[in-house]
Structure formats: structure tokens, C-alpha cells
Design a protein around this ligand. Structure first.
Ligand code: FAD
Length: 431
């Protein structure tokens, strides 16, 4: 391992936490009875809690770690529609109407997040930056153009096709073969957004307890009995919002989400003229590889935050850092001597159909499985979940009737991850 690639004070935790440290919440005794108990204090859980608390329900949120410790304060801060399968693929599986409705839900989640942040006046560097989605081969460029042509009505009007010859107006590299710009996609400081959301949940009267894992949930006649590390709580309704950090608490959910590590580095500050050359339009960026890389400038445009999956198995951020750096330098050779100031990772939750899921099972409400793209969708489905819990019609979504599939013998340990990453890497190399 090449240690000199790290700055002497390199931190192996999210860059975002420098500006927004994990919140220290006042410790007080947990209520013995609540209307709504939410497990998980990320975007999903907090949005569900916000709706419930504002509707007058007594609401408790517990998190096994500090609030927001999961993906919601450690992501890349890229906001998209979050729907991975294309319209045609979804239409083959679910029919044309359901496919259009799911895509429309993705568009709505993107729009809704911007509206929510503006309405709540959350100061979190939210900006409709546009996403440059780069093609890693000529074949993928053609596929992107096709996908734009077959997009849901309305969506295509917000997309610009960028041929390779014009690529440098978007990004200072020739490593790609053109791409598309999704004009409405946005950038946010994810931890500041999480903190703003948490402040509003607390202001709405909910209790949020950090370092308080839920250890067991048992059905009782009036709802559920939840055993936590800080005591037992009776709850009429329970929301499970644990996403990639779901353990054995609800085995049915554990069998349906696949925890996968996603890794990021932040560079030390780079010169303004270099940044202007590499990221002239200040877009968020992703590429067409199945084992995708995603990157952007920090909100103050001093650093590049570069993320992706660089190992077959889960690994230490001290090991993933140099591997990500090598990928960064392959795109931008002039960053070869630029060091890493932060390297971290988190667990996203994939699903077998690459769609998020929301629903109720054995009386437990859940939303999860954002497949690595949940800043908008986790927020949006969390909000919808809150409406479901309080029994109002706004809880309805296009995801409601989807089968949440598992696979035989899968119990939550993704033994197939390493061979799958190997296979997708091989496919990516073939273009
Ligand atoms: C490195 C990385 C980069 C990403 N980049 C992007 C991006 O740029 N754009 C994008 O859209 N998405 C991105 N994502 C995904 C996005 O951040 C997530 O989809 C989203 O934050 C999920 O929110 P959540 O609330 O469902 O889950 P989380 O924020 O993960 O919260 C789940 C919480 O549940 C808690 N928990 C688990 N078990 C228990 C228990 N038994 N008791 C109590 N609490 C429990 C955990 O401690 C955790 O805090 C990224 C994710 C990672 C890890």
C-alpha cells in the first residue's frame, strides 16, 4: 500500500463530517409508549418520522449509531431520479403502465426533494447542477442515446446528448466516448441536508435516540413491543428504515436486501484553474459502467469527491483509497500528485430487481433498497411511508404492488458479490 498518497492528517471518515459532525443528541429516558417507533435515523426514517410527528403522533426514532451514521451522511450528494432499470426493461416485467408510473415516481422524487429543501429553508448547498453521465465505450454512447429516445414522455426534454467531440465542455478528460446531461439532476451536501432534516424532526416533537439499536420487535395485541438497548417501548406502529445496515432484526427484510460497500475519497484542495479545467460546468458526474464511478467537486469547488466500488470484497478505506485514486488519475492524469484527504465507505442496499421497495409486512412498515441511489428516493419514499403510517392517501406510490423478491438460500450474506463484481468488470472492459 502506498501511504504517501494520503495527506498526513487524512481522515478515514466522510469529508462531510468535517463541516457537520455527527450529532450529539440529549440523552433522556425513552418513552414507554409511542404511536410510531422508527428504526433507523437516515433520510427514510427521518422523513417518515417528520410526517408522523407533524400529524400529531408521538414518535420515537432509534438508531444503532449516531443519527445519520449510515448512508445518509456519507453519500456522494448526487440527486437523481434513482430508477435504475430502463423503461423497456420495466415494461417487460410489469407492463407499460406500471413502468411509466415507476419512472414518473423517480422524476417526482427528484423534483420533490428540491421543493422540500426550499420549503423548509434547509441550508445544504442544494443546487440543480445537472449530471454528465459519461459513456465508457462507443457502444454505451449509442445505448445512452437510444435510452434517451425511449425515455418516458417529458423526461427526454431535460436531457442533452453530448458527442465525444464536445465532451470537454463538460469534463476535462478524453477518457469517455461522449455522454448525456440530465439537466434536472442536483447536488447537495448530504450531511448538512441530514442535519437540517433532523433539526426539523426534533422541532416537530419527535424523540431521536442515537446509539440505541432495536434488538427485537414482537407483535402484541395493541401493536408491537420493541426491545432496544435503552429499554422496551410499546408502539402502535413500527417503521423499519435500516436499508444497507439491516441486520437480523427483521429476517424477512434481511433476505431481500443485499448490502454492498460503496467507497469514496476526497482529494486535498486543488488549484482553482485546474478545477475549472477538469469540471468546467460543475456538474455531478457518473459513468455508464456497471461497476460505476461517480464524482463531483466539493460545494466550495476546492476538492474532487470520487466514488465507486474498487474491490471484489468489502475492504478497508485505507486500501480502497489508493485504488480509487488510481481510477481518478486514469481520468485526470494531472491529479497524479494530488493526495487523498479523506477516504470512507458505507453500505448501500441492492435488491434483486434493482428497484426500491415500500410496503407493510406482518404489520411492520418498511422502505428500502435504493440500489446506491437514494438521496432523492429515500427521502421521498420515507415521506410516503410516513403518510401510510398515519393512514392517509398520500402514502400511495407506484411501488406499492411490486413483489419484493429474494433468492433461494440468500439469508443476507452476499456470497455472490465477488463473482458478480468480477463478471461486471469483465463486461465493462468489453464496452
Ligand atoms: C458511499 C456512498 C455513496 C452514495 N452516494 C449516493 C449519491 O451520490 N446519490 C444517491 O442518490 N445515493 C447515494 N448513496 C445512497 C444513499 O445515501 C442511500 O440510498 C440513502 O441515504 C439511504 O437512506 P436510508 O435512510 O434508507 O438508510 P441509511 O442512511 O443507511 O440509514 C439506515 C440507518 O439504520 C440504522 N440501523 C440499522 N439497524 C438498526 C437497528 N437494529 N436499530 C437501530 N438502527 C439501526 C443504521 O445505523 C443507519 O443509520 C450512497 C451511499 C453510500 C454508502
Amino acid at each position: 500500500m502506498n501511504r504517501s498518497i494520503f495527506t498526513p492528517d487524512c481522515r478515514f471518515e466522510p469529508y462531510w463530517w468535517d463541516r457537520t459532525p455527527r450529532p450529539e443528541l440529549a440523552t433522556r429516558a425513552l418513552p414507554v409508549h409511542v404511536d410510531v417507533l422508527v428504526v433507523g435515523a437516515g433520510y427514510t426514517g427521518l422523513h417518515a418520522a417528520l410526517v408522523a410527528a407533524r400529524a400529531g403522533r408521538s414518535t420515537l426514532v432509534v438508531d444503532a449509531e449516531a443519527a445519520g451514521f449510515g448512508c445518509s451522511s456519507r453519500n456522494g450528494g448526487q440527486v437523481s431520479t434513482s430508477i435504475k432499470p430502463g423503461l423497456d426493461a420495466l415494461a417487460r416485467r410489469h407492463g407499460a403502465d406500471a413502468a411509466r408510473a415507476i419512472h414518473a415516481e423517480g422524476e417526482r422524487s427528484l423534483e420533490w426533494l428540491g421543493e422540500f429543501i426550499a420549503a423548509e429553508a434547509i441550508d445544504c448547498d442544494f443546487r440543480v447542477a445537472g449530471r454528465f453521465h459519461a459513456a465508457h465505450s462507443p457502444r454505451q454512447f449509442d445505448a445512452l442515446v437510444e435510452r434517451v429516445k425511449h425515455a418516458a414522455p417529458g423526461a427526454a426534454s431535460d436531457v442533452d446528448i453530448v458527442p465525444r467531440a464536445e465532451q470537454r465542455r463538460e469534463l476535462g478528460t478524453d477518457a469517455y466516448f461522449g455522454g448525456v446531461v440530465y439537466r434536472r439532476h442536483a447536488a447537495v451536501d448530504p450531511a448538512r441536508y441530514h442535519q437540517g432534516l433532523l433539526d426539523r424532526v426534533l422541532a416537530a416533537g419527535a424523540t431521536v435516540a442515537g446509539r440505541c439499536p432495536a434488538m427485537a420487535i414482537e407483535p402484541v395485541s395493541a401493536g408491537f413491543r420493541v426491545t432496544t438497548a435503552q429499554g422496551v417501548v410499546a408502539a402502535r406502529d413500527v417503521v423499519v428504515a435500516t436499508n444497507g445496515y439491516s441486520g437480523a432484526l427483521v429476517p424477512w427484510l434481511q433476505r431481500r436486501v443485499i448490502p454492498i460497500g460503496s467507497y469514496i475519497i476526497a482529494t486535498e484542495p486543488i488549484a482553482a484553474d485546474v478545477m475549472a479545467r477538469l469540471m468546467p460546468r460543475d456538474r455531478i458526474v457518473s459513468d455508464s459502467r456497471k461497476v460505476v464511478y461517480y464524482y463531483r467537486a466539493s460545494p466550495d469547488r476546492t476538492r474532487i469527491l470520487f466514488g465507486g466500488r474498487v474491490s471484489f470484497r468489502e475492504t478497508d478505506p485505507a486500501i480502497s483509497g489508493p485504488l480509487l485514486h488510481a481510477e481518478l488519475v486514469s481520468l485526470f492524469p494531472e491529479l497524479a500528485a494530488t493526495r487523498i484527504s479523506h477516504s470512507w465507505f458505507g453500505f448501500v442496499a441492492y435488491t434483486f430487481d434493482e428497484l426500491a421497495h415500500i410496503g407493510v409486512r406482518d404489520g411492520l412498515h418498511y422502505a428500502m433498497g435504493y440500489c446506491g441511489s437514494g438521496v432523492g428516493m429515500a427521502s421521498y419514499l420515507g415521506m410516503r411511508l410516513g403518510h401510510r403510517v398515519i393512514g392517509d392517501a398520500e402514502g400511495h406510490t407506484a411501488f406499492d404492488d411490486l413483489d419484493f423478491a429474494t433468492r433461494p438460500f440468500y439469508t443476507g450474506n452476499p456470497w455472490f458479490l465477488a463473482p458478480s463484481v468480477r463478471y461486471y468488470r469483465w463486461r465493462d472492459r468489453r464496452g
